[in-house]
Ligand binder design. Structure first.
Ligand SMILES: Cc1cc2nc3c(=O)[nH]c(=O)nc-3n(C[C@H](O)[C@H](O)[C@H](O)COP(=O)(O)OP(=O)(O)OC[C@H]3O[C@@H](n4cnc5c(N)ncnc54)[C@H](O)[C@@H]3O)c2cc1C
Length: 492
């Protein structure tokens, strides 16, 4: 196992709200399936969602057996409600520290078995021969030297891409490396135009956009504008419990209307004891920054949160490169369609991660079998020319460009500009030499994947919103699959 930071350094550790699975008395896998399909806005792979819902309870049982201390009420696992779930089905641990408990439990197990773990080792290239994985090239960030490891199977589980955007809930490791590596190795990348923006991240000057979990609205939190007015009913009858993209756009619109940098989330009407015990992590983080959320409104604004698309896989985690697998946030399994249902992502990691091992155990590497209806658009990422007047490249310039032009509300002009600038940056980028420059190079590639797919999709669906094409179009009931020309593999 190779990881570029310490083993704790990952999105998983930051997950708050919980993990969804149909384990409640009044719940069923059919209901979980239907909620996921509805959220996915026409683009879920139904067979994959069926697996997600059906295998969910077994993977939760695995976590319980591993020792994840899920919160309980009267001896039974406690379940809470989150937006777009028709029933309370979110398990949580430590109140709002679910990801941390899962990560700590699993890391402890990894450290007790004889699995070599190389921390501070950054994967920089996948070695491929005749479309089959041969190994991986890794940069030892401490010794500042490269190493190569041969392998028959390689699993990418490199997480998300939030660092592409100016405001994000993701930690610094979320730089989309695996997607860029897989593309260069010849794998297909799918659904990149779908990036989920979380509606409520803390927005305080000088403070990272810390996530204020969905579950806070699920438990009764109310969104108010600068005048203290609850505004969500102006936008949707579902109000605070509408899907994330709807809430994020409503907040953005309210911020514009009131010319403010944020709106407020109000939990002051909830019992202080309840707030402190249900959301201890959020309560403490805000308190550490001088905000007592039991008596004061929480300033919030949207932030980039979850990469829905990724390395295209079938339901056994296989990519289009033989021996190369992907799981988790870097994978595009089709489980989320155009919009992820809250708390389905950690479940997806567990289910499709396990299926990779089941698949290899049972049959060895299988033939990649794509079970999506073949109405996809196949797009090739081509090397671009340098612009005469491209802005100077820096991480901050990239994050501003993506936030402004490829963010929550997009249009042709902004996307075209982003595509051209990213292409130009890529053209003039010096050979990466350390972790930061490798990550920046990867983010330019992924930025292009997102911007080009968003430019192609001339409609609004799920997490992708185009102000110049605000409606859903039946023509676009298909996926955008991006690859690169073999000749350009070393350039892109
Ligand atoms: C603030 C926050 C709250 C969330 N809340 C929830 C929630 O309540 N419920 C839910 O289901 N989901 C939630 N999510 C999403 C969920 O946490 C992630 O989608 C999921 O944990 C991703 O797991 P993963 O294993 O794919 O990636 P990660 O947990 O991010 O792990 C990826 C690992 O790959 C390593 N890596 C990356 N690139 C390289 C490279 N080039 N070389 C070597 N190593 C590399 C990273 O260092 C990292 O350790 C939340 C996410 C965030 C950020």
């Amino acid at each position: 196992m190779v990881t570029k930071g310490s083993i704790e350094d990952c999105n998983t550790r930051h997950a708050q709200g919980g993990i969804a699975a149909a384990i409640g008395i009044n719940d069923s896998t059919e209901l979980h399936y239907r909620d996921t399909i509805t959220a996915g806005d026409g683009l879920c792979n139904e067979a994959v969602v069926r697996i997600l819902a059906d295998e969910g309870p077994d993977r939760i049982a695995d976590l319980v057996n591993f020792g994840v201390p899920f919160d309980t009420v009267d001896g039974k696992i406690a379940l809470t409600l989150e937006a777009a779930h028709s029933i309370p089905r979110i398990l949580h641990a430590g109140g709002d520290a679910t990801g941390k408990h899962i990560e700590v439990t699993l890391s402890r197990i990894v450290r007790t078995i004889s699995l070599p773990v190389l921390e501070h080792h950054l994967a920089t290239d996948i070695m491929v021969e005749n479309n089959c994985v041969k190994g991986i090239r890794v940069f030892d960030c401490e010794k500042e030297s490269f190493e190569e490891f041969g392998c028959r199977y390689l699993i990418l589980a490199t997480g998300g891409a939030g660092q592409l955007f100016k405001y994000t809930t993701n930690p610094e490791v979320a730089t989309s490396d695996g997607i860029a590596l897989a593309l260069k190795a010849g794998a297909e990348i799918i659904d990149m135009e779908f990036f989920q923006f979380h509606p409520t991240a803390l927005r305080m000057p000088g403070v990272v956009p810390f996530l204020i979990s969905e579950a806070v609205r699920g438990e009764g939190g109310i969104l108010r504008n600068i005048d203290g007015r609850a505004f969500m009913h102006d936008y949707t009858p579902l109000a605070e419990l509408a899907p994330r993209d709807v809430v994020a756009r409503s907040i953005l619109s309210e911020m514009k209307k009131t010319r403010q940098e944020n709106v407020f989330l109000d939990v002051t009407h909830l019992a202080p004891h309840r707030v402190k015990t249900r959301f201890p992590h959020i309560y403490q983080f805000c308190a550490d920054h001088g905000l007592d959320i039991t008596s004061s409104l929480i300033p919030v604004a949207p932030a980039a949160h979850y990469m829905i698309g990724g390395i295209r896989t079938n339901s056994w985690g296989e990519t289009s490169v033989c021996g190369l697998f992907a799981a988790g946030e870097c994978a595009g399994t089709g489980a989320h369609g155009a919009n992820r249902l809250a708390s389905n992502s950690m479940l997806e990691v567990l289910i499709f991660g396990k299926r990779i091992f089941q698949g290899i155990d049972e049959k060895g590497s299988r033939q990649y079998n794509d079970n999506l209806p073949n109405r996809n658009i196949y797009h090739r990422l081509k090397m671009k020319t340098a612009l005469d007047k491209a802005p100077l490249l820096s991480l901050q310039a990239l994050q501003n460009l993506l936030w402004d032009n490829v963010g929550i509300v997009r249009d042709r002009q902004g996307l075209t500009e982003a595509v051209d600038i990213l292409g130009s940056w890529q053209h003039t980028l010096p050979q990466p030499s350390d972790r930061q420059s490798h990550e920046l190079a990867n983010m330019i590639v992924t930025g292009r994947l997102i911007a080009e797919a968003a430019l192609l999709r001339e409609e609004s669906r799920g997490a992708h919103f185009r102000s110049d094409f605000p409606q859903r179009s039946p023509e676009w009931l298909r996926h955008i699959v991006t690859t690169i020309d073999k000749a350009e593999q070393c350039n892109v």
